[in-house]
Ligand binder design. Structure first.
Ligand SMILES: Nc1nc2c([nH]c(=O)n2[C@H]2C[C@H](O)[C@@H](COP(=O)(O)OP(=O)(O)OP(=O)(O)O)O2)c(=O)[nH]1
Length: 325
């Protein structure tokens, strides 16, 4: 029997420009998968920390000095030549202009519209994850009533919200139908995606109202045997076990809660930022932090490995759609 191939640790950088674009590099001749596009980066040396490896690789490959990078997702992939664990970082601040120091071609791209190919096979889910905005807005008609709730969502969309969860567990079907239609139309008008919480509706409601996907409650996530056939799937998680399940089922993203004390779950034990970071560390899918947060907490969430934050009561605090704080 052949021994299992050992894993190669790799750091990869999402270098994010002020317009939200990111840099891809084309692998030069002589390397495996020459001609394929990848995120700049490379192998971690023995005894080297991930962040140090990232800084070294970007200086060697592009001549830039990393000033600020946030840990992001970690994805494992098996190639015929190697099994790699890719540690992605989002690089938001650096010194110098990126130049190809290793004969690579460089190209700035947008997640929703990548115009170069082929990409390294491991990177397709990464582009999907990159298309997710920094803030996830959750509806709150139960507390505010449908009219005010829809007006607040509309206002947030106008200010840049691009991802919404319809979460109205107690609403009766007729009122729910009208509210769901209104909020879906609003979201789509602004080019935002809207998911329905599995405690509010199901696949048929999602299809009937032309919504973009389903957000599973943690209980529904744990009972699910496979990812349903809808475009976007997400899940609520409260611990490492649930997040692991969300990864196994190839959810597009997860929400981890509650980070801080919150009015909607007053008796739930809070995670706090350090525990949140420990649970997220190594996650293959992007994670939004939720619970008692406001828009000012976005940079803290990034610092702790989250993709972004989810807001319910403070939904109107959304500012812009960018990936930078
Ligand atoms: N840099 C980078 N590598 C990636 C990405 N996606 C992906 O599957 N990989 C794989 C390809 C390679 O097997 C491995 C990176 O190794 P590499 O050969 O580029 O490493 P290196 O720059 O240190 O080069 P070397 O001189 O040691 O060969 O990770 C990505 O987006 N960026």
């Amino acid at each position: 029997m052949r021994p299992a191939p050992s894993i190669v640790e790799v750091v990869a950088a999402i270098i994010i420009g002020s317009d939200g674009s990111f840099l891809l590099a084309r692998r030069p001749e002589g390397k495996p998968y020459a001609g394929y596009w990848e995120f700049p980066g490379g192998k971690v040396n023995p005894e080297e920390s991930l962040l140090r490896a990232l800084k070294r690789e970007l200086l060697e490959e592009l001549g830039i000095h990393v000033k600020h990078a946030y840990p992001w997702i970690t994805r494992t992939f098996t190639y015929p030549h190697a099994r790699v664990r890719l540690h992605f970082y989002r690089v938001v601040e650096w010194h110098g202009e990126p130049h190809p120091h290793e004969d690579q071609e460089l190209s700035w791209q947008f997640a929703d519209n990548v115009s170069v190919e082929p990409l390294l096979p491991a990177n397709a889910p990464v582009l999907r994850a990159l298309a997710l905005p920094p803030v996830y807005g959750i509806t709150n008609a139960a507390e505010w009533g449908p009219q005010i709730a829809a007006a607040r969502i509309g206002h947030a969309l106008q200010k840049g919200l691009r991802l919404v969860q319809l979460r109205e567990k107690g609403m009766r079907s007729k009122a729910l139908d009208a509210f769901a239609r209104e909020v879906t139309a609003l979201a789509h008008h602004y080019g935002a995606r809207i998911l329905v919480n599995s405690g509010t509706g199901n696949e048929s409601l999602c299809q009937e109202l032309d919504m973009d996907g389903i957000h599973f409650t943690s209980a529904d996530l744990m009972n699910l045997s496979k990812r349903p056939d809808v475009e976007w799937c997400a899940a609520s998680c409260h611990n490492a076990e649930e997040l692991f399940r969300a990864e196994q089922l190839e959810m597009d993203f997860a929400v981890l809660a509650p980070v801080l004390p919150t009015l909607s779950h007053p008796d739930s034990p809070v995670l706090g930022w350090r525990k949140l970071a420990r649970i997220i560390h190594g996650s293959a899918i992007p994670v939004y932090a939720l619970g008692g947060l406001q828009s000012e907490d976005l940079a803290i969430a990034w610092e702790h490995g989250a993709h972004g934050i989810a807001l319910m009561r403070r939904i109107e605090q959304v500012r812009g759609t960018g990936q930078k704080a």
